[in-house]
Design a protein around this ligand. Structure first.
Ligand code: ADP
Length: 336
């Protein structure tokens, strides 16, 4: 509703500009044309006066009257034409202005819609753990015979929800910060070392799930922000392990293709449906599989953070996947 009134305001503004220009042009055209009409008919009058003198005043008066009425008639016609022209401009610029205003505001509307969706999704994700904590605490408080074991269980469960809230707020903060970064100060970073550091951070999770990570790394440098690059590979490797079946493998490969360095991370996990593939880099997007069927923890923010980091490195991230067979994430960086 507010947006529609903004469109109307902008249409009014465009209309005002169009009318000022049109009236300005019309006044100028009227002045020039009426001068020309006066001058053209003035020439006739001079010609008439240069004719041999006749003793016939009546004829001269008639001629002058005719000349004046021709001037008046031409000016009236000019005013009428300009009036029609202005009405036409008024109608055309109200319709055109409305569509032009809509077109001008379209990117802004999309950005606002996305922001609103983001806020709604974030509030929903924040509400879920809070609601779980509230109901557990209420049940605990109502239970008059609660013992220490039950109380500890309740506190531990609350602690789990608090960790979820912490990781959600961290991811939200990260996204907000990344949105503000226009570009990084790029330094020479060894990509092999970065991937090793990321691997060490998720090693325990992989071991617990008996997922074997096999890395074939090269000693290659790229221009980048080391901390963000580690974060990027933690996200992709963490997902590869999270969505892998137990006792499976994750392969990391680095390929120097001259102009680009390509890192591919392949898992043999649950895979991604083609309908989900289009959206997995969107904020808060999670496939139904990870939400319901496999119940993997997460908020659907990791890959949007990863994509933003890759973009800030002038790189490219892509994914190919087949359900139940696994996924391959490819990240390309421009060679240094
Ligand atoms: P999440 O916290 O849900 O993992 P991400 O943004 O990292 O959020 O991933 C978005 C969605 O993409 C996930 O919910 C999951 O459905 C899908 N996904 C990401 N990586 C993989 C993978 N390696 N294998 C299967 N699905 C994946």
């Amino acid at each position: 509703m507010k947006f529609n009134s903004t469109i109307l305001k902008l249409t009014g503004f465009y209309l005002l500009i169009a009318m000022i220009l049109s009236i300005g042009f019309s006044v100028a055209i009227y002045r020039i044309s009426s001068n020309e009409i006066g001058r053209g008919l003035g020439k006739q009058s001079t010609l008439f006066q240069n004719l041999p003198p006749r003793n016939d005043d009546r004829f001269q008066i008639d001629f002058e009257n005719l000349r004046q009425s021709q001037i008046d008639e031409s000016r009236d016609r000019l005013i009428n034409n300009l009036l029609y022209f202005n009405i036409l401009i008024l109608m055309a610029s109200s319709i055109g202005g409305y569509f032009f205003a809509k077109w001008t505001l379209h990117p802004l509307k999309e950005a606002i819609d996305e922001q609103n969706r983001f806020t709604a999704d974030a509030s929903h994700e924040l509400k879920t753990p809070l609601a779980a904590m509230r109901s557990e605490i209420e049940v605990g408080l109502r239970d008059k015979k609660i013992n220490i074991v039950q109380a500890k269980k309740l506190l531990n469960s609350n602690l789990e929800e608090i960790s979820k809230l912490e990781s959600l707020s961290k991811a939200l903060l990260k996204l907000a910060k990344l949105d503000e970064v226009k570009r990084y100060d790029l330094n020479q970073v060894n990509l092999g070392e970065v991937i090793t550091e990321a691997y060490e951070k998720i090693e325990n999770i992989a071991n617990n799930k008996k997922v074997n990570i096999i890395a074939k790394l090269k000693n290659k440098d790229v221009l980048g922000d080391r901390e963000s690059l580690v974060e990027l590979f933690v996200i992709i490797l963490d997902n590869a392990v999270k969505y892998s079946y137990e006792n499976s493998e994750v392969n990391i490969n680095m390929d120097d293709q001259g102009r680009e360095i390509v890192v591919s991370i392949r898992d043999k996990g649950v895979g991604i449906k083609s309908t989900d593939l289009l959206h997995i880099f969107d904020r808060f997007y999670r496939s139904d599989q990870s939400r319901n069927k496999n119940k993997v923890d997460g908020y659907g923010l990791g890959l949007s953070i990863a994509k933003r980091i890759v973009d800030l490195h002038n790189g490219h991230i892509s994914v190919s996947s087949s359900p139940d067979k696994g996924s391959v994430f490819k990240i390309k960086f421009p060679a240094k």
